[in-house]
Design a protein around this ligand. Structure first.
Ligand SMILES: [Zn+2]
Ligand SMILES: [Zn+2]
Length: 101
């Protein structure tokens, strides 16, 4: 079961609804990535064999921006930086996570 949380930037108006890391649904596993070309954070599919991603130390082998495979992406984990202004983003604790699968 995958969930989306709300993250927002402390400095600029940017916000995103993403898993915030590795996540596993019924048909695919996703990871949250930062795309430097889109200047967004987004969840991208890392494998369509989601059981692979259930291992505790699993790290996605490859991931691409959904707009273009040529975009420069990196896993969005600590520190969670805003793709617009590079300041820290924080999770909205008052937001109830949305189930996406
Ligand atoms: Zn920002
Ligand atoms: Zn992109």
């Amino acid at each position: 079961m995958g969930t989306w949380n709300r993250y927002f930037c402390k400095k600029c108006p940017y916000e995103a609804f993403v898993s915030g890391g590795n996540d596993v649904g019924m048909a695919a596993a996703t990871s949250t990535v930062r795309c430097y070309d889109c200047q967004e954070i987004k969840d991208v599919v890392t494998t369509e064999e989601p059981w692979l991603a259930m291992a505790k130390d699993w790290v996605p082998a490859e991931f691409y921006c959904d707009k273009s495979k040529a975009h420069r992406t990196e896993l969005w984990n600590h520190p969670r930086k805003c793709p617009k202004c590079d300041r820290s983003m924080i999770a909205d604790k008052d937001f109830s996570p949305i189930m996406w699968d």
